[in-house]
Design a protein around this ligand. Structure first.
Ligand SMILES: *Cc1c(COP(=O)(O)O)cnc(C)c1O
Length: 237
């Protein structure tokens, strides 16, 4: 059984965090190409503010949450000395909380439908650095645009000035094997290069948000530069 506190959040020792971060950094160093600047987004939805502070003290500045209320509450508790944290929203975003949250985040990883594009554009007071979420394997229960509609969607997003497409994002199916993962991540890389080659002002599309705890080494090899890592930071492995 995994230890949790009274709020249901995982409890974790600093030594364990330090060990896991080191392993992660070694893997990145071994697998990333020379010009591939890989950023670890610590997915903090599993932990409370005390653990975020420990991770921060270990040098990480990017944190990802998938619930808007929780992101805002944690951010409010972490003001002042933690003000250089970059906040990433990584999950399914409903329309209603957009207004309250959108101006408090630095990156949106889950721009997954046109109605969300419109709502974010309408509520944002600044340009929101966003990843277009792509559902590569076509799983019905997964959010995101299909690979074949990416170009058309990006052209349409030019009409929404508060949205900047800095890259593409995907989540691989849970049951995918190594070969399928390689195919999925390479397909996203190929698409990212195609869009980038268009030199759109509103869509530089130079980044790839892919790779989670179970598949990040494969994602790095396929060119990922934003990893969204949760359990691999917290669990003994
Ligand atoms: C929770 C979550 C992650 C992190 O998953 P782990 O398997 O714990 O690394 C990454 N991306 C999204 C969108 C998530 O919701």
């Amino acid at each position: 059984m995994r230890a949790t506190n009274e709020r249901g959040k995982m409890k974790i020792e600093k030594e364990q965090l330090q060990k896991n971060i080191l392993t992660l950094q070694e893997t990145i160093q071994n697998l990333a190409k020379e010009d591939q600047d890989v950023r670890v987004v610590a997915v903090s939805k599993y932990v409370d503010v005390e653990t975020i502070k420990m991770i921060y003290d270990l040098g990480i500045r990017d944190f990802g949450e998938n619930r808007s209320q929780e992101l805002l509450a944690k951010q409010a508790e972490l003001s002042d000395e933690y003000s250089d944290i970059k906040w990433h929203f990584i999950g399914r975003l409903q329309r209603r909380p957009v207004k309250k949250m959108i101006n408090y985040i630095d990156y949106l990883h889950s721009l997954d439908r046109m109605s969300l594009v419109k709502e974010v554009d309408k509520r944002a007071d600044k340009v929101i650095s966003s990843f277009l979420q792509v559902n590569i394997s076509g799983e019905e229960n997964k959010a995101g645009f299909s690979l074949s509609e990416v170009e058309a969607v990006i052209e349409e997003i030019a009409f929404y000035p508060n949205i900047k497409i800095i890259g593409l994002m995907t989540m691989a199916p849970y049951e995918a094997d190594k070969q399928e993962l390689q195919q999925i991540f390479s397909a996203l890389k190929d698409k990212q290069l195609l869009v980038q080659a268009e030199n759109y002002e509103h869509a530089p599309c130079s980044h790839l948000s892919m790779g989670m705890s179970r598949d990040y080494p494969i994602a790095i090899q396929a060119g990922a530069d934003f990893l969204r890592i949760g359990r691999a930071l917290y669990e003994e492995n």
